[in-house]
Design a protein around this ligand. Structure first.
Ligand code: CIR
Length: 245
């Protein structure tokens, strides 16, 4: 597995915020947590490729939003937040080594945090960041089934639901319409922001900030990271990498 990550910008305090109050963010602490995250991914066997930060883009550490990497194509997104649009070029250059590149074009917008790939299905959150035009463009670029999911109250679909493997989802069902995901088994979180988990093969990378939800994940191989400084910028564990084989 290859994990592409991007360093924390020194300007991270100027990040976009939607559902959180702006509080002071320590660059040093965020960078240390990002280092710890990358080390965990490496210990799980990932080849971790790091793209330098660009301080013109306070949110650039949240690389997941800039691309949707499928087996046969890397779709470079057009992020919903205008301040983030310029993040994609450095990521496209890195991905071009591994996949043919396609792009979401205006007026379409997609944030990768809204894209949940489960086998042959791609669930895509309809949010302030991802619009119907973006979803239609993604559909035209893949042979897989693309299924929209309405999200309300969360920044991204994957803030509200992620895949733990098999038939199991970790979810805060107050934040999205679960009907398109009928048939899955849901583990409901006990803390509102606890639904964002990163699955790497059979391991679940997960923030240590949610002990009550961790207690519900006993049947999984959970490895925790300290990610609370990055969480102040409204990012979770999936946001900080792009995974590909
Ligand atoms: C933003 O609002 O765009 C960033 N502050 C946080 C992005 C988090 N990304 C993600 O959940 N995929």
């Amino acid at each position: 597995m290859i994990a592409i990550t991007r360093d924390v910008a020194r300007s991270i305090e100027q990040c976009e915020l939607t559902h959180l109050e702006r509080v002071s963010i320590s660059y040093e602490r965020a960078a240390a947590q990002h280092h710890e995250y990358r080390a965990l991914l490496a210990s799980l066997g990932c080849e971790v490729i790091d793209i330098p930060a660009d301080d013109a883009y306070p949110d650039c550490v949240f690389i997941e939003d800039t691309a949707v990497v499928l087996d046969d194509v890397a779709v470079i997104t057009r992020p919903g937040a205008e301040s983030r649009r310029g993040e994609v070029d450095a990521v496209a250059a890195a991905l071009a080594r591994y996949r043919p590149i396609a792009r979401i074009e205006a007026p379409g917008t997609i944030d990768g945090g809204d894209v949940l790939v489960i086998g042959e299905r791609i669930f895509v959150g309809r949010t302030a960041r991802t619009n119907d035009e973006g979803i239609a463009q993604l559909r035209a670029l893949t042979r897989r089934e693309v299924i929209p999911v309405d999200v309300h109250g969360a920044l991204h679909l994957k803030t509200a639901v992620t895949w733990l493997g098999g038939n199991v989802l970790l979810a805060n069902r107050e934040w999205f319409d679960a009907v398109p995901l009928n048939g899955f088994q849901f583990i409901d979180v006990d803390e509102p922001f606890a639904a964002n988990a990163l699955r790497i093969d059979d391991v679940i990378v997960y923030p240590n900030a949610f002990p009550r939800t961790i207690a519900k994940l006993r049947e999984f191989d959970v490895r925790t990271v300290n990610a609370d400084e990055l969480a102040k910028a409204e990012g979770g564990v999936t946001c900080c990498s792009l995974l590909l084989r």
